[in-house]
Design a protein around this ligand. Structure first.
Ligand code: C2E
Ligand code: MG
Ligand code: MG
Ligand code: MG
Length: 284
């Protein structure tokens, strides 16, 4: 079908690539408009106290309700959103939405409500000069207590830190907001570096948890992280716990908190109150 030869020729041989490029640019355009069109939703995954299974927090995870493609997970669009800058708008929306929901859960289920909501923040969003102001405005606008907010940032943000990043982290903590390093262990920060970092929580990446039962090496690494975190006064959350063996091993290591399919997959907001009860029921 390709007309003529020359520049256009490659299209004949790489129809998949061409389709991918067209799809990508269509997706980028749609992504750009998706916040205003209210096409995003947040699902929530419990973070539990490991010994009892009680829900202590909820992590907000964004999904895109695409008009033609259905519900898309972050895998399908986060990278593109980072690249195009759309993540700034998406992240700002996610912050306000998560706090808004959280305040309503606290109001409607005061006895069962978890202590905090955790919101992912991309490096690009964090580096905006008005980020701290946005967080303050979201707290003021929803009436959420600053202590009810945990912001999850990536190792790479703090690794390539500037004075500004450190100053903003301090300013957020001065507000009473807590900071977590997400996917800890997948970046290249040295453990000793943590000592100087104004953060509160380490979330150990799922890739360390996967083989924790069968690999002595992985188990040793996680033990080291848990021990060091405790010595530094940091809280630890193990990510991606899928089976009871992993939970038992982590319990043996004294890892205080966990998150994963064993307890619950991320669920839509309507299902959150039930999920909290269900996770508590899995407690020993
Ligand atoms: P993350 O923040 O590390 O979130 C954990 C991811 O692991 C989630 O995937 C969650 O559904 C998944 N997960 C949790 N437990 C298990 C388990 O036991 N097994 C397996 N296989 N997976 C598990 P999800 O929701 O697809 O999110 C992927 C990533 O997208 C997140 O990783 C986060 O980096 C990013 N993301 C999600 N929402 C936002 C957001 O609002 N803003 C930004 N900047 N990034 C977001
Ligand atoms: Mg996260
Ligand atoms: Mg994570
Ligand atoms: Mg992860």
């Amino acid at each position: 079908l390709a007309k003529g030869a020359g520049k256009g020729d490659w299209k004949r041989y790489r129809p998949d690539l061409q389709t991918a490029m067209i799809e990508r640019s269509a997706l980028r355009q749609a992504l750009h408009e998706a916040v205003e069109r209210e096409q995003f939703v947040l699902h929530y995954q419990p973070i539990v106290d490991m010994p009892t299974g009680a829900v202590v927090g909820l992590e907000a995870l964004v999904r895109w309700q695409h008009p033609e493609r259905g519900l898309l997970g972050p895998y399908h669009f986060i990278e593109l959103a980072e690249e195009s800058g759309a993540i700034v708008g998406i992240g700002g929306w996610a912050l306000r939405e998560a706090l808004h929901r959280f305040v309503r859960w606290q109001r409607d289920h005061p006895a069962a409500a978890p202590a905090y909501v955790s919101v992912n923040v991309s490096a690009r969003q964090f580096r905006r000069p008005d980020f701290v102001g946005q967080v303050r405005a979201a707290l003021d606008g929803t009436g959420a207590a600053p202590g009810a907010l945990l912001l999850e940032i990536t190792e790479s943000l703090v690794l390539h830190d500037t004075e500004q990043v450190l100053a903003d982290l301090r300013a957020l903590r001065a507000l009473g907001v807590r900071i977590a390093i997400d996917d800890f262990g997948t970046g290249y920060s040295s453990l000793s570096y943590l000592r100087h970092l104004p953060v509160d929580v380490l979330k150990i990446d799922k890739s360390f948890i996967d083989d924790i039962v069968t690999s002595d090496r992985q188990a040793a690494l996680v033990t080291a992280i848990v021990t060091l975190a405790r010595d530094l006064g940091l809280t630890v959350v193990a990510e991606g716990i899928e089976d009871a063996g992993q939970r038992a091993t982590l319990n043996g290591m004294g890892c205080p908190y966990g998150q994963g399919y064993l307890f619950s997959k991320p669920v839509p907001p309507e299902a959150v109150p039930g999920t909290i009860t269900a996770a508590e029921l899995t407690a020993p």
